[in-house]
Design a protein around this ligand. Structure first.
Ligand code: DAH
Length: 344
Protein backbone atom coordinates (compact mmCIF):
# COMPACT_ATOMS: atom_id res chain seq x y z
CA UNK A 1 0.00 0.00 0.00
CA UNK A 2 2.77 2.38 0.94
CA UNK A 3 4.62 1.66 -2.34
CA UNK A 4 1.44 2.28 -4.28
CA UNK A 5 1.09 5.64 -2.61
CA UNK A 6 4.69 6.57 -3.29
CA UNK A 7 4.32 5.56 -6.96
CA UNK A 8 1.15 7.61 -7.15
CA UNK A 9 2.97 10.62 -5.74
CA UNK A 10 5.90 10.21 -8.16
CA UNK A 11 3.52 9.97 -11.16
CA UNK A 12 1.47 12.95 -10.04
CA UNK A 13 4.48 15.16 -9.36
CA UNK A 14 6.08 14.21 -12.71
CA UNK A 15 2.90 15.03 -14.64
CA UNK A 16 2.32 18.24 -12.69
CA UNK A 17 5.84 19.54 -13.26
CA UNK A 18 5.25 19.38 -17.01
CA UNK A 19 1.81 20.93 -17.00
CA UNK A 20 1.44 23.70 -19.63
CA UNK A 21 -1.92 25.34 -19.03
CA UNK A 22 -4.37 26.15 -16.24
CA UNK A 23 -6.84 23.80 -17.95
CA UNK A 24 -4.37 20.90 -17.80
CA UNK A 25 -3.58 21.73 -14.17
CA UNK A 26 -7.24 21.58 -13.26
CA UNK A 27 -7.65 18.25 -15.02
CA UNK A 28 -4.78 16.79 -12.96
CA UNK A 29 -6.20 18.23 -9.76
CA UNK A 30 -9.49 16.50 -10.39
CA UNK A 31 -7.71 13.33 -11.44
CA UNK A 32 -5.55 13.00 -8.28
CA UNK A 33 -7.40 14.84 -5.55
CA UNK A 34 -10.97 14.49 -6.78
CA UNK A 35 -13.62 12.32 -5.14
CA UNK A 36 -13.09 9.56 -7.70
CA UNK A 37 -9.31 9.86 -7.58
CA UNK A 38 -6.86 7.14 -6.40
CA UNK A 39 -6.10 8.89 -3.09
CA UNK A 40 -9.72 8.89 -2.05
CA UNK A 41 -9.89 5.29 -3.03
CA UNK A 42 -6.89 4.43 -0.80
CA UNK A 43 -8.34 6.33 2.12
CA UNK A 44 -11.64 4.63 1.67
CA UNK A 45 -9.96 1.23 1.82
CA UNK A 46 -8.24 2.04 5.14
CA UNK A 47 -10.96 0.22 7.06
CA UNK A 48 -9.56 -3.08 5.90
CA UNK A 49 -6.10 -2.35 7.38
CA UNK A 50 -4.76 -3.54 10.70
CA UNK A 51 -4.68 -1.12 13.66
CA UNK A 52 -0.86 -0.79 13.41
CA UNK A 53 -0.85 -0.14 9.70
CA UNK A 54 -3.68 2.35 9.65
CA UNK A 55 -1.89 5.42 11.18
CA UNK A 56 1.23 4.79 9.10
CA UNK A 57 -0.61 4.54 5.83
CA UNK A 58 -2.83 7.44 6.88
CA UNK A 59 0.20 9.57 7.45
CA UNK A 60 1.78 8.62 4.13
CA UNK A 61 -1.50 9.27 2.31
CA UNK A 62 -1.72 12.70 3.90
CA UNK A 63 1.87 13.51 2.93
CA UNK A 64 1.17 12.46 -0.66
CA UNK A 65 -1.98 14.59 -0.75
CA UNK A 66 -0.16 17.58 0.70
CA UNK A 67 2.75 17.25 -1.71
CA UNK A 68 0.42 17.08 -4.70
CA UNK A 69 -1.76 19.95 -3.40
CA UNK A 70 1.33 22.09 -2.75
CA UNK A 71 2.64 21.63 -6.27
CA UNK A 72 -0.81 22.37 -7.69
CA UNK A 73 -0.99 25.58 -5.65
CA UNK A 74 2.48 26.60 -6.82
CA UNK A 75 1.67 25.90 -10.44
CA UNK A 76 -1.62 27.72 -10.15
CA UNK A 77 0.11 30.77 -8.73
CA UNK A 78 2.61 30.59 -11.58
CA UNK A 79 -0.18 30.62 -14.18
CA UNK A 80 -1.90 33.55 -12.47
CA UNK A 81 1.34 35.48 -12.53
CA UNK A 82 1.83 34.71 -16.23
CA UNK A 83 -1.68 35.93 -16.95
CA UNK A 84 -1.14 39.19 -15.07
CA UNK A 85 2.14 39.80 -16.85
CA UNK A 86 0.50 39.13 -20.22
CA UNK A 87 -2.32 41.55 -19.47
CA UNK A 88 0.06 44.25 -18.29
CA UNK A 89 2.27 44.01 -21.32
CA UNK A 90 -0.77 44.06 -23.64
CA UNK A 91 -2.02 47.20 -21.95
CA UNK A 92 1.33 48.96 -21.96
CA UNK A 93 1.24 52.46 -23.43
CA UNK A 94 4.43 53.63 -25.10
CA UNK A 95 4.29 57.34 -24.45
CA UNK A 96 7.44 57.88 -26.50
CA UNK A 97 5.76 56.77 -29.78
CA UNK A 98 5.18 59.64 -32.20
CA UNK A 99 1.48 60.56 -32.58
CA UNK A 100 -0.52 59.62 -35.66
CA UNK A 101 -0.71 62.62 -37.97
CA UNK A 102 -4.29 63.87 -38.38
CA UNK A 103 -5.17 65.48 -41.66
CA UNK A 104 -6.51 68.97 -41.33
CA UNK A 105 -9.17 70.57 -43.48
CA UNK A 106 -8.62 74.01 -44.95
CA UNK A 107 -10.52 76.86 -46.51
CA UNK A 108 -11.17 76.32 -50.24
CA UNK A 109 -8.96 78.63 -52.34
CA UNK A 110 -12.01 80.35 -53.84
CA UNK A 111 -13.46 81.08 -50.41
CA UNK A 112 -10.06 82.29 -49.29
CA UNK A 113 -9.94 84.80 -52.16
CA UNK A 114 -13.51 85.92 -51.41
CA UNK A 115 -12.56 86.44 -47.75
CA UNK A 116 -9.44 88.40 -48.72
CA UNK A 117 -11.42 90.66 -51.07
CA UNK A 118 -14.12 91.16 -48.43
CA UNK A 119 -11.46 92.08 -45.86
CA UNK A 120 -9.95 94.69 -48.16
CA UNK A 121 -13.29 96.36 -48.84
CA UNK A 122 -14.51 96.08 -45.25
CA UNK A 123 -11.29 97.93 -44.40
CA UNK A 124 -12.50 100.73 -46.69
CA UNK A 125 -15.87 100.93 -44.95
CA UNK A 126 -17.96 98.64 -47.16
CA UNK A 127 -20.52 96.13 -45.91
CA UNK A 128 -21.19 92.74 -47.48
CA UNK A 129 -24.60 92.26 -49.12
CA UNK A 130 -26.25 89.17 -50.56
CA UNK A 131 -28.93 88.37 -53.08
CA UNK A 132 -30.72 85.31 -54.49
CA UNK A 133 -29.18 83.05 -57.15
CA UNK A 134 -32.63 82.35 -58.55
CA UNK A 135 -33.46 85.86 -59.66
CA UNK A 136 -36.23 87.75 -61.37
CA UNK A 137 -35.60 88.93 -64.91
CA UNK A 138 -36.49 92.40 -63.68
CA UNK A 139 -33.51 92.63 -61.30
CA UNK A 140 -31.06 90.72 -63.47
CA UNK A 141 -31.73 92.73 -66.63
CA UNK A 142 -34.55 95.22 -66.72
CA UNK A 143 -33.71 97.38 -63.70
CA UNK A 144 -30.11 97.40 -64.91
CA UNK A 145 -31.17 99.19 -68.06
CA UNK A 146 -31.41 96.10 -70.21
CA UNK A 147 -35.00 96.11 -71.49
CA UNK A 148 -36.39 92.92 -73.01
CA UNK A 149 -35.33 93.72 -76.55
CA UNK A 150 -31.90 95.07 -75.60
CA UNK A 151 -29.17 93.58 -77.81
CA UNK A 152 -26.76 93.41 -74.84
CA UNK A 153 -28.83 90.52 -73.45
CA UNK A 154 -27.29 88.39 -76.17
CA UNK A 155 -23.96 88.71 -74.41
CA UNK A 156 -25.23 86.56 -71.59
CA UNK A 157 -27.07 83.48 -72.64
CA UNK A 158 -29.01 82.54 -69.56
CA UNK A 159 -30.65 79.61 -67.78
CA UNK A 160 -34.33 80.57 -67.61
CA UNK A 161 -36.66 78.86 -65.15
CA UNK A 162 -39.77 80.67 -66.36
CA UNK A 163 -40.16 83.69 -68.65
CA UNK A 164 -39.66 85.95 -65.65
CA UNK A 165 -37.29 83.92 -63.46
CA UNK A 166 -33.73 82.79 -64.19
CA UNK A 167 -30.44 81.84 -62.59
CA UNK A 168 -28.74 85.20 -62.25
CA UNK A 169 -26.06 85.82 -64.88
CA UNK A 170 -24.27 88.42 -62.78
CA UNK A 171 -24.21 89.78 -59.21
CA UNK A 172 -25.28 93.23 -60.47
CA UNK A 173 -28.97 92.64 -59.53
CA UNK A 174 -27.88 92.95 -55.89
CA UNK A 175 -27.12 96.63 -56.66
CA UNK A 176 -30.79 97.18 -57.42
CA UNK A 177 -32.03 95.12 -54.48
CA UNK A 178 -29.76 97.05 -52.10
CA UNK A 179 -30.88 100.44 -53.40
CA UNK A 180 -34.54 99.44 -53.14
CA UNK A 181 -34.01 98.34 -49.56
CA UNK A 182 -32.23 101.54 -48.55
CA UNK A 183 -35.00 103.69 -50.09
CA UNK A 184 -32.89 106.65 -51.11
CA UNK A 185 -30.60 106.59 -48.08
CA UNK A 186 -26.89 107.37 -48.58
CA UNK A 187 -24.10 106.48 -48.50
CA UNK A 188 -24.49 103.09 -50.16
CA UNK A 189 -21.27 101.18 -49.92
CA UNK A 190 -21.53 97.45 -50.51
CA UNK A 191 -19.80 94.53 -52.05
CA UNK A 192 -21.64 91.36 -52.93
CA UNK A 193 -19.96 88.01 -53.53
CA UNK A 194 -21.99 85.19 -55.05
CA UNK A 195 -22.50 82.50 -57.66
CA UNK A 196 -23.63 83.33 -61.16
CA UNK A 197 -24.71 81.11 -64.07
CA UNK A 198 -24.30 81.30 -67.83
CA UNK A 199 -25.06 78.97 -70.65
CA UNK A 200 -21.39 78.50 -71.51
CA UNK A 201 -19.46 75.41 -72.55
CA UNK A 202 -16.94 74.55 -69.83
CA UNK A 203 -13.27 74.77 -70.74
CA UNK A 204 -10.04 75.97 -69.12
CA UNK A 205 -11.32 79.55 -68.79
CA UNK A 206 -15.13 79.19 -68.91
CA UNK A 207 -17.59 77.61 -66.51
CA UNK A 208 -21.38 77.56 -66.64
CA UNK A 209 -21.26 78.45 -62.96
CA UNK A 210 -18.72 80.79 -61.43
CA UNK A 211 -18.30 83.44 -58.76
CA UNK A 212 -18.46 87.22 -58.98
CA UNK A 213 -18.01 90.09 -56.57
CA UNK A 214 -20.03 93.20 -57.20
CA UNK A 215 -19.32 96.61 -55.73
CA UNK A 216 -21.58 99.64 -55.47
CA UNK A 217 -21.05 103.09 -53.98
CA UNK A 218 -23.63 105.88 -54.04
CA UNK A 219 -23.40 109.29 -52.43
CA UNK A 220 -23.79 112.96 -53.29
CA UNK A 221 -20.40 113.67 -54.80
CA UNK A 222 -19.04 110.45 -56.20
CA UNK A 223 -16.70 110.85 -59.15
CA UNK A 224 -14.83 108.59 -61.53
CA UNK A 225 -11.62 109.44 -59.67
CA UNK A 226 -13.17 107.81 -56.55
CA UNK A 227 -13.68 104.65 -58.57
CA UNK A 228 -10.12 104.72 -59.83
CA UNK A 229 -8.60 105.40 -56.40
CA UNK A 230 -10.70 102.66 -54.78
CA UNK A 231 -9.73 100.06 -57.37
CA UNK A 232 -6.05 101.05 -57.20
CA UNK A 233 -6.11 100.58 -53.43
CA UNK A 234 -7.84 97.23 -53.87
CA UNK A 235 -5.39 95.80 -56.44
CA UNK A 236 -2.37 96.93 -54.45
CA UNK A 237 -3.62 95.13 -51.36
CA UNK A 238 -4.54 92.09 -53.44
CA UNK A 239 -1.57 91.78 -55.80
CA UNK A 240 1.16 93.83 -54.13
CA UNK A 241 2.07 97.51 -53.62
CA UNK A 242 3.77 97.93 -57.01
CA UNK A 243 0.62 97.03 -58.96
CA UNK A 244 -0.75 99.64 -61.40
CA UNK A 245 -4.15 99.82 -63.07
CA UNK A 246 -5.28 101.00 -66.47
CA UNK A 247 -8.85 101.96 -67.40
CA UNK A 248 -10.04 101.27 -70.95
CA UNK A 249 -13.32 102.70 -72.27
CA UNK A 250 -15.97 99.98 -72.54
CA UNK A 251 -19.71 99.48 -72.53
CA UNK A 252 -22.13 98.16 -69.95
CA UNK A 253 -25.81 99.09 -70.09
CA UNK A 254 -25.90 99.93 -66.38
CA UNK A 255 -22.92 102.29 -66.30
CA UNK A 256 -22.08 105.48 -68.19
CA UNK A 257 -19.24 105.94 -68.80
CA UNK A 258 -18.01 102.35 -68.49
CA UNK A 259 -14.47 101.13 -68.17
CA UNK A 260 -12.66 97.84 -68.21
CA UNK A 261 -9.86 97.71 -65.69
CA UNK A 262 -6.49 96.04 -66.26
CA UNK A 263 -3.75 95.39 -63.69
CA UNK A 264 -0.02 94.99 -64.21
CA UNK A 265 0.59 91.35 -65.13
CA UNK A 266 1.42 89.53 -61.91
CA UNK A 267 3.58 86.98 -63.79
CA UNK A 268 6.01 89.30 -65.61
CA UNK A 269 5.41 92.52 -63.61
CA UNK A 270 4.52 94.33 -66.82
CA UNK A 271 7.39 93.23 -69.06
CA UNK A 272 5.20 91.10 -71.29
CA UNK A 273 4.80 87.31 -71.17
CA UNK A 274 2.65 84.45 -72.42
CA UNK A 275 0.01 84.97 -69.69
CA UNK A 276 -0.61 88.64 -70.61
CA UNK A 277 -0.11 87.99 -74.32
CA UNK A 278 2.96 90.27 -74.27
CA UNK A 279 0.90 93.33 -73.29
CA UNK A 280 2.06 93.55 -69.65
CA UNK A 281 -1.61 93.98 -68.59
CA UNK A 282 -4.36 91.64 -67.42
CA UNK A 283 -8.06 92.49 -67.51
CA UNK A 284 -9.67 91.86 -64.12
CA UNK A 285 -12.96 93.70 -63.91
CA UNK A 286 -15.71 95.83 -65.42
CA UNK A 287 -16.78 99.12 -63.90
CA UNK A 288 -18.28 102.53 -64.46
CA UNK A 289 -20.43 105.35 -63.14
CA UNK A 290 -23.93 104.09 -62.32
CA UNK A 291 -26.27 104.95 -65.19
CA UNK A 292 -28.81 107.68 -64.27
CA UNK A 293 -31.67 105.42 -65.39
CA UNK A 294 -30.52 102.68 -62.98
CA UNK A 295 -30.44 105.18 -60.10
CA UNK A 296 -33.82 106.53 -61.05
CA UNK A 297 -35.51 103.12 -61.36
CA UNK A 298 -34.24 102.17 -57.88
CA UNK A 299 -35.52 105.42 -56.33
CA UNK A 300 -32.39 107.60 -56.25
CA UNK A 301 -32.62 111.05 -57.89
CA UNK A 302 -29.75 111.14 -60.43
CA UNK A 303 -29.58 114.94 -60.14
CA UNK A 304 -28.72 114.63 -56.48
CA UNK A 305 -26.85 111.31 -56.27
CA UNK A 306 -24.12 109.64 -58.22
CA UNK A 307 -22.35 106.36 -57.84
CA UNK A 308 -19.81 103.95 -59.20
CA UNK A 309 -20.01 100.20 -59.59
CA UNK A 310 -17.72 97.36 -60.50
CA UNK A 311 -17.88 93.62 -60.95
CA UNK A 312 -15.14 91.01 -61.03
CA UNK A 313 -14.79 87.26 -61.51
CA UNK A 314 -13.35 85.66 -58.37
CA UNK A 315 -11.97 82.60 -60.20
CA UNK A 316 -10.05 84.84 -62.57
CA UNK A 317 -8.52 86.81 -59.69
CA UNK A 318 -7.57 83.57 -57.92
CA UNK A 319 -6.10 82.11 -61.12
CA UNK A 320 -3.97 85.20 -61.67
CA UNK A 321 -2.86 85.43 -58.07
CA UNK A 322 -1.91 81.77 -57.67
CA UNK A 323 -0.97 80.83 -61.24
CA UNK A 324 -3.85 78.34 -61.65
CA UNK A 325 -4.21 77.40 -65.32
CA UNK A 326 -7.64 75.76 -65.43
CA UNK A 327 -10.87 77.10 -63.90
CA UNK A 328 -12.22 73.54 -63.54
CA UNK A 329 -9.71 72.81 -60.75
CA UNK A 330 -11.89 74.91 -58.42
CA UNK A 331 -14.87 72.59 -58.76
CA UNK A 332 -13.46 69.06 -59.08
CA UNK A 333 -12.24 68.91 -55.45
CA UNK A 334 -9.05 67.00 -56.26
CA UNK A 335 -7.18 66.89 -52.94
CA UNK A 336 -3.82 67.18 -54.72
CA UNK A 337 -4.98 70.62 -55.90
CA UNK A 338 -6.71 71.70 -52.69
CA UNK A 339 -3.81 70.68 -50.44
CA UNK A 340 -1.59 73.28 -52.08
CA UNK A 341 -3.69 75.98 -50.46
CA UNK A 342 -3.78 74.65 -46.91
CA UNK A 343 -1.25 77.17 -45.63
CA UNK A 344 -2.68 80.30 -47.27
N1 DAH B 1 -21.96 92.48 -64.44
C1 DAH B 1 -20.84 92.62 -65.35
C2 DAH B 1 -20.52 91.28 -65.98
O1 DAH B 1 -20.99 90.29 -65.50
C3 DAH B 1 -19.63 93.14 -64.64
C4 DAH B 1 -19.81 94.57 -64.25
C5 DAH B 1 -19.43 95.57 -65.08
C6 DAH B 1 -20.40 94.89 -63.06
C7 DAH B 1 -19.56 96.91 -64.77
C8 DAH B 1 -20.56 96.24 -62.69
C9 DAH B 1 -20.13 97.23 -63.58
O2 DAH B 1 -21.08 96.61 -61.56
O3 DAH B 1 -20.28 98.52 -63.22
O4 DAH B 1 -19.81 91.24 -66.92
Amino acid sequence: MKERLEALKADALALLSEVMSPQELNDLRVKYLGKKGPLTEVLRGMGALSAEERPIIGQVANEVREAIAALIAKKSEHFEQLETEGRLSAETLDVTLPGRPSTQGAVHPLNKVIQDIEDIFIGMGYTVAEGPEVERDYYNFEALNLPKDHPARDMQDSFYITEEVLLRTQTSPVQVRTMEKLQGEVPVKIICPGRVYRRDDDDATHSHQFTQIEGLVIDRNIRMSDLKGTLLQFVREMFGPETEIRLRPSFFPFTEPSAEVDVTCSMCKGDGCRVCKQTGWLEILGSGMVHPRVLEMAGYDPKEYRGFAFGMGVERIAMLKYGIEDIRHFYTNDLRFLKQFVHL
